[in-house]
Design a protein around this ligand. Structure first.
Ligand SMILES: [Zn+2]
Length: 291
């Protein structure tokens, strides 16, 4: 009888432990640091949001570190030079006449990118857009993928699935961060694309309302993707316009809301641990208030 009781206790104990591992992290997510994998500090923001006010916004939301790209790249460098311990800079091609729609066609683009990669400590190339593959300049893309390999840094690509496949065709050993997890691609395509390329990561900016169903729970198809690829996802805000800076606290709290529905190990990976691995930086709450 005693043996049975002990066995039952042991069984209960194991169940409790197992349950603990699978329980959502809930409110404890508030003390988990965030790595924001999709910040822009564009020229249009510089007047309203000084470098110090950007870092203060991050502080208030527990965003310990961020991946930053800007139009023009000077914005990223300003922010990085102000707060090098908080910013991972990446090189966005857009400047002058070079914009999201035409950057692959701009004369001198490869030289511009090469020179800036040599001058500044960029840890990625992007975020850049690839829309129409018919008009995209493949020789330039080949040079960009070669630069990524030389510097051992990822590309950060805003596109549908087809350009992701093309980039991996050009250079199979790339690491790509898929901006907005494909943005308008259906969740099934997101899953298939992540499954096809083991080094494909994604930031989930602008996906919060796909991930969170209207009842505040996690959309079941997204839950499957998030659990399956928990090692390759990162959250992000995408401050592409000033209204995103205006709403920064709300954006980060929406991200914490959906992360809170997952167990601690998954939530922490997506909040900051995947970024730690990708960029070789230590991310913790001790960074808050520092620069
Ligand atoms: Zn963006």
């Amino acid at each position: 009888m005693i043996v049975v009781a002990a066995a039952a206790l042991l069984f209960l104990g194991q169940t409790a432990l197992a349950d603990e591992g699978h329980e959502p992290i809930g409110d404890a997510i508030r003390s988990v640091p965030i790595f924001d994998a999709h910040i822009h500090y564009k020229q249009e923001a510089w007047q309203t949001y000084s470098t110090s006010s950007v870092i203060k916004l991050m502080d208030r939301s527990g965003v310990a570190m961020a991946l930053v790209s800007s139009t023009p790249d000077e914005g990223t460098i300003r922010l990085f030079e102000y707060a090098p311990n908080r910013i991972v800079p990446e090189l966005r091609p857009y400047h002058g006449a070079a914009r999201s729609s035409n950057w692959t066609e701009i004369a001198g683009m490869a030289d511009y990118l090469r020179k800036r990669l040599e001058t500044y400590p960029h840890r990625g190339i992007g975020e850049f857009h690839l829309h129409n593959l018919d008009t995209v300049n493949r020789p330039l893309l080949r040079q960009v993928t070669a630069m990524a390999k030389t510097h051992d840094i990822p590309l950060h690509v805003h596109s549908g699935a087809a350009p992701v496949h093309l980039l991996y065709e050009l250079e199979p050993s790339l690491t790509i961060i898929w901006a907005h997890a494909g943005l308008s691609e259906p969740v099934a395509v997101v899953e298939a694309t992540l499954a096809a390329h083991p080094s494909l990561h994604a930031d989930t900016s602008y996906r919060e309302n796909d991930i969170l169903a209207s009842d505040g729970m996690i959309d079941p198809a997204w839950r499957k993707v998030i659990e399956r690829f928990a090692d390759r996802l990162m959250v992000g805000s995408d401050t592409w316009m000033n209204f995103q800076w205006d709403n920064y606290a709300e954006l980060i709290s929406t991200n914490r809301r959906w992360l809170s529905r997952f167990p601690r190990d998954i939530a922490e990976k997506i909040a900051f641990r995947n970024a730690e691995k990708l960029f070789g930086r230590k991310v913790d709450m001790d960074l808050i208030g520092k620069r």
